[in-house]
Ligand binder design. Structure first.
Ligand code: DX5
Ligand code: ZN
Length: 217
């Protein structure tokens, strides 16, 4: 079995204690950073200064999920602020192929994602180029939503496509992931799990991470 990477989303953490909240997930693999612009999604989260602060506070891989319109305008800035990986939505730009190339030219890992209502076919033209595919298992914009069960079938399809290509890309899933469905997501082919409320939402991030790892055993 492949080793699954855990990527806690700092969207669910206490921003007043960002440094501590990042230390609490030091044993995780990545920190997932959700940037929302109030245009592409109906919510505003945070942007460049928070990423830069997180970068300064933690050696974790900064996995930046850009829920912003025309992300190509800001790729350079997010790279400079400390992103290790940048994931862009196919719906947010008319030039997804160019955006992916730009991320690679910046020397960062390139990810592509799509909303639950967007056909998977929209990924295919860039599938061989990317380092990560993110299957959204909620409609992006908010933490704490319920996992959409049809996402498992979408994970299976993309897993098949990546395997056919011989691609080593990460297959990430984001939204409503927790101890109740983590195993099913991995079984469907996910290699990388984002979790916000399941990690930070209850009795602290250490306990949340333990619960997820336990569920994956
Ligand atoms: C949703 C974000 C997610 C969110 C996940 O728009 O992309 O990364 O933080 O939060 P949970 O795990 O609580 O669904
Ligand atoms: Zn996200």
């Amino acid at each position: 079995a492949r080793r699954v990477k855990l990527a806690p989303s700092i969207l669910a953490c206490d921003f007043a204690r960002l440094g501590e909240e990042l230390r609490a997930i030091q044993s995780a693999d990545w920190a997932h950073v959700d940037v929302m612009d109030g245009q592409f999604v109906p919510n505003i989260s945070f942007g460049l200064p928070i990423l830069a602060a997180a970068r300064a506070a933690s050696p974790l891989f900064m996995d930046v999920h850009l829920m912003i319109e025309r992300p190509e305008r800001y790729l350079k800035d997010f790279a400079a602020a400390g992103a290790d990986g940048l994931t862009v939505h196919v719906e947010a730009t008319a030039h997804i192929h160019r955006a992916v190339q730009q991320i690679k030219e910046l020397g960062k890992k390139a990810g592509v994602t799509l909303n639950p209502g967007t056909p998977l076919e929209t990924l295919r033209p860039v599938l061989a180029e990317v380092d990560l595919v993110l299957i959204m298992s909620v409609n992006p914009g908010f933490g704490g939503q319920k996992f959409i069960p049809q996402s498992l079938e979408r994970i299976r399809t993309v897993r098949r496509w990546l395997d056919e290509l011989g691609s080593p890309a990460e297959l990430q899933v984001d939204g409503g992931v927790g101890a109740a469905n983590a195993r099913a997501a991995v079984h469907a082919g996910a290699s990388n799990l984002v979790a916000g409320s399941a990690v930070y939402g209850r009795d602290g991030a250490a306990a949340g991470l333990d619960r997820l790892r336990e569920a994956l055993k």
